[in-house]
Design a protein. Structure first.
Length: 265
C-alpha cells in the first residue's frame, strides 16, 4: 500500500482523513459505517447509530487504505504514484485528493480474491508476532485476534445500502465467512453472538457465502465457536438508520446513556 498514507494513519492525522471524507460525501453522497455498528444495532439501534457516527472518519480511513492496498497488490496502481497523490492531497491539492479517492474504487469481490494469498500471508506475519502475555490497553484485542483467530485472508469490503457504506472486515474461506469477537467488556455470550451474527450477515452478502462461522474469544478462556446461516442484513440497516433506543445489555456500557430516553423518562 502507500507508505505515506499508512504513516498518516499511524500518526492519527484525523484532520487529513476528515477532509477526504467530506470530499467523498460531496462527490458520492456516502456515509461510512462499520459492520460492528450493525452488530450493536441488533441489540440497541441507538447505540449502533451513535457508535457509527463517532467512528466514521476512522472507518473511512480504513476503507481508503484497504482500497489503495488492494489496487497496489493487484498492480492497478503504483505505490509511488499513490504516495505522490497523498502528499499533494495533504498539502491541499483538491485534484490530487479526487484522484486519490478513485484509486481502487470499483474493485469487485471476485477481483479481490486474486489478492487473497497476499492477505493471508499478512495475517500469518502478525500472528507470529503475537507472542507472550497480552498487552494492556487498546492493543489487547488485536493481540487476541492475531493469536486466536482462524488463519484466513481478512478482507475489508463494503455493502452499499442507499447512502450507507457498511464496511465489513471478515475472514473469507471457500464456503463461509468468519467473524471473530473478543469478549473483553463483560457482556453475556448470547449478546456477543447476536452481534457477531449480524456482522456475518453483512460479510456473507458481500462475499456470497452460505455459512457464517462465529468465534467468540473470552479473556483467559477457551473460544466458543458456532455456525449460522446468514440472513439479509437490510432489516439491521433499517434499524440502524432509525436509531431508536432499546433498553438492554448495552445500557451499562453505553457512553451516551446520560441523555438517553431510557434513563431520562
Amino acid at each position: 500500500m502507500s507508505a505515506l498514507l499508512s504513516r498518516l494513519a499511524r500518526k492519527c492525522e484525523e484532520e487529513f482523513f476528515a477532509r477526504l471524507l467530506e470530499l467523498e460525501k460531496r462527490e458520492y453522497g456516502l456515509r461510512y459505517i462499520p459492520a460492528d455498528a450493525v452488530g450493536y444495532a441488533v441489540v440497541c439501534p441507538r447505540y449502533g447509530a451513535l457508535y457509527a457516527e463517532e467512528r466514521e472518519v476512522a472507518v473511512f480511513a480504513r476503507a481508503l487504505m484497504d482500497r489503495v492496498k488492494y489496487a497496489v497488490l493487484l498492480r492497478i496502481a503504483d505505490a509511488k504514484v499513490v504516495d505522490s497523490l497523498v502528499a499533494k492531497a495533504a498539502s491541499g491539492d483538491s485534484g490530487a485528493a479526487r484522484r486519490l479517492l478513485d484509486v481502487g474504487r470499483g474493485l469487485t469481490p471476485s477481483e479481490l480474491q486474486r489478492a487473497f494469498d497476499d492477505l493471508k500471508r499478512d495475517f500469518e506475519h502478525y500472528s507470529k508476532a503475537a507472542r507472550g502475555p497480552p498487552p494492556h490497553g487498546s492493543a489487547e484485542e488485536a493481540y487476541h485476534f492475531y493469536k486466536y483467530a482462524e488463519v484466513l485472508p481478512y478482507v475489508g469490503y463494503a455493502d452499499v445500502w442507499e447512502d450507507m457504506v457498511i464496511y465489513s472486515i471478515a475472514g473469507v474461506a471457500d464456503d463461509y465467512v468468519y467473524v471473530f469477537k473478543y469478549a473483553g467488556v463483560g457482556l453475556q455470550y448470547e449478546t456477543y453472538k447476536a452481534m457477531a451474527a449480524a456482522e456475518g450477515d453483512v460479510a456473507a452478502k458481500i462475499w456470497g457465502r452460505r455459512r457464517v462461522k462465529i468465534h467468540i474469544q473470552p479473556r483467559d478462556a477457551p473460544p466458543r465457536l458456532s455456525w449460522g446461516e446468514p440472513k439479509d442484513p437490510a432489516p439491521h440497516y433499517k434499524a440502524l438508520r432509525r436509531g431508536e433506543c432499546r433498553r438492554g445489555p448495552l445500557c451499562r456500557i453505553c457512553p451516551w446513556r446520560g441523555d438517553c430516553e431510557c434513563f431520562t423518562k
